[in-house]
Design a binder for this molecule. Structure first.
Ligand code: SAM
Ligand code: SF4
Length: 315
């Protein structure tokens, strides 16, 4: 079958899919989860075969890159089955975003799959600060997963959400970490999503501020990236590979190439909006109309905030 292209009315080629397979998580990152949290019951989540069917259909209509996320995607017992099945689809890149808790144990299985792009969240290199942010004691597990994945040859990126007064003093620790292990570290601006959408300014640090702090000690060599890349990247004079995701201060909506599938089967147009259409149980013949409608829901300008937390959106 000749593969179709998804192009929205603003000329944006939509070819990436973020696949949320659960909203459940064993961490409680304070900027991601509210204090009282309720997860979707397992029986309401898409089954693995529903996920594969929907993703397979979307590939036929133009999706060629997928990233599996959550909640914590590796908590699903059928996580490796899902990855194995997604690996059979005609996608050029398959990735996962994870907190690293279980990851180390399943890396050998992932190594035999198409899933070679692993983003691991690590907001602190200090055990106490890690606990303050995640409310868990799993620092060593996350760290070991990162180091093992890197040694096994996966494309590893460490995601660090920078939070003023909480972990922003660790900027150079992360630079040293990147240089020491050869792992790319990406600094994420806190987005106005979820628990901190209102009190965002008390924790927010811009990418520009970080770059200015870095330039006092390091030379930054810009690296080229695809035009729909969410990050801008540098190599530093001390040997670190870093990126910045400046979703708040330098939004990239004009180049967005992404749709999102939620864990209950809703195809949504944008991280900042709940607008979307259910794909669960929908015949493939109806996909072209639904895709057109969902792409029509894609905003061109940045929506200011969303109260829905990231773990429910599929980060
Ligand atoms: N549990 C997995 C993890 O932590 O990597 C995957 C899901 S998590 C929601 C995906 C990413 O979203 C994490 O890197 C997390 O730090 C980030 N995140 C959550 N809330 C955020 C916010 N308000 N602003 C920026 N990033 C956020
Ligand atoms: Fe869980 Fe990831 Fe949210 Fe942390 S950021 S609470 S690990 S979903």
């Amino acid at each position: 079958m000749h593969k179709r292209k998804l192009i929205d009315s603003h000329g944006r080629v939509i070819h990436k899919l973020r696949v949320q397979i659960t909203d459940a998580c064993n961490f409680r990152c304070f900027y991601c989860m509210p204090q009282q949290v309720q997860f979707t019951p397992s029986k309401e989540l898409l089954s693995s075969s529903e996920i594969i069917d929907i993703c397979s259909n979307l590939v036929d209509f133009g999706i060629d890159e997928m990233r599996v996320s959550g909640g914590e995607p590796t908590l699903r017992k059928d996580f490796c089955d899902i990855i194995r099945e997604l690996s059979r689809l005609a996608v050029g890149r398959l990735g996962v975003t994870t907190n690293g808790f279980i990851l180390k144990d399943i890396l050998p299985e992932l190594k035999d799959s198409k899933c070679q792009n692993i983003n691991i969240s690590l907001d602190s290199l200090d055990q106490n600060t890690f606990k303050k942010i995640t409310k868990t004691d799993y620092f060593n597990k996350a760290l070991e997963s990162i180091i093992t994945a890197q040694r096994m040859g996966f494309h590893v990126k460490v995601n660090m959400v920078i939070l003023r007064g909480v972990n922003d003093h660790e900027l150079f620790d992360f630079i040293n970490f990147s240089a020491q292990y050869g792992v790319e570290v990406r600094f994420l601006e806190l987005m106005k999503i979820g628990p901190y959408y209102k009190n965002h300014s008390q924790l927010f640090v811009s990418a520009q501020e970080l770059i200015e702090r870095l330039e006092e000690r390091e030379e930054l060599e810009p690296q080229s990236v695809n035009c729909d890349s969410t990050s801008f990247n540098f190599h530093t004079s001390s040997g670190a590979k870093i990126g910045f995701i400046a979703s708040e201060s330098q939004p990239f909506c004009g180049f967005c190439s992404r749709l999102r599938l939620t864990a209950t089967g809703r195809l949504r147009a944008c991280i900042m909006s709940e607008a979307g259409i259910n794909l669960r149980g929908i015949d493939k013949e109806r996909y072209p109309d639904i895709l057109q409608s969902v792409m029509g829901m894609k905003p061109t300008e940045r929506i200011d905030h969303i109260k829905q937390p990231m773990y429910q959106i599929g980060g």
